[in-house]
Design a protein around this ligand. Sequence first.
Ligand code: NAD
Length: 373
Amino acid sequence: MTIGLLKEPEGENRVALLPESAKALIQLQVQIIVESRAGEKAYASDKDYEAIGASIHSRAEVLQADLILGIHPPTEEEQLALKDGQVLVCLFQPLSNKKLVERFLDKKITSFSMDNVPRTTRAQAMDVLSSMATVAGYKAVLMAASHSPRFFPMFMTAAGSIIPSKVLILGAGVAGLQAIASARRLGAVVEAFDVRAAAEEEVKSLGAKFVKVEGAKDEASAGGYAVEQSEEYKAKQQALIQEHARKSNIIICTAQIPGRKAPVLITSETVEAMAPGSIIVDLAASTGGNCELTENNQIIEKHGVTIIGDSNLPGTMPTDASKMYGKNMVNFLKLIIGKEGELMLNWEDDIVQNTCVTHQGEIRSERVKNILY
Ligand code: NAD
């Protein structure tokens, strides 16, 4: 089987497989063809890929591979040119991309979206969402610190004492927990808020205070994810967040609900009530943002508060982000590649079944089927 590695579109610095991960795949008896300059923005040259046994090709040739790998999907025109039975493994957010799902159904493409990997213990080594959220949570804190006019840690200096920054983290999932740990390491005083009751213990174990709003709806059937909350809960939450936001120098927003617009937690009035010089980093920017004023991929200033809307922070750390993505990818591909390097789809395996969005003109993932249809 040939596996084709795509160069990512303009503006994306990561690559789906660094040479070290490509080398691990070659050991599975497959042939790897790499689009010329695919890894250059992640500091991997064509020569590095050739050195581990891959060959360099044009994009058109890579798009003919039996299995195509990427982070972002190929362009619309390229998708339309894919052939019946070709396999695509990338990150295409099927829950907010119905048109693309229908195209893959029509073209009988076997498509796997890595954001569909179940959040189970066995699937952890393939969980690109967790890997990328780790990078984003860490980098969000560094960005906040570099834009802030204040120190993060407390200092006792000859010029007097400096009080530590107060950081509020909204959403204590993978990115939020990483942001807590990073902000604590820099010396800030950190508090965090999440609708999931299970988050309280994790927040506290990292040395942060948990901001608690009673009455949240928590659903076991949501697979550990948050669910939409009642209007009464939202009003209580709004009042408490406003109170904590006013006292914060930094807010890092990470709250998301899969397949939906991000919940608005910071209104324009809350921003107005914050001290000038405060910073908001909104990692939910691409799904509308947790802050009402966030503009995706923009850094703006409103009421003296800098609002950084960036949903692609992993792309700013392409070496380690690509390394993590590639390792997750190899672990996943091992499930669908047989001993002779052939495609082997075991529908009894819940990871294969749930990560697969379309196969032979049918939807395989129950989650996609239930939410989209
Ligand atoms: P996510 O990116 O979907 O959301 C980030 C956080 O925002 C979540 O903690 C969510 O509860 C929170 N949130 C949503 N709406 C909110 C609101 N209105 N107010 C405040 N917070 C809100 O989440 P994620 O980081 O991908 O993690 C989701 C879940 O999956 C968590 O329970 C996590 O522990 C779990 N998880 C499990 C595994 C595994 O076992 N393999 C791996 C990663 C994550």
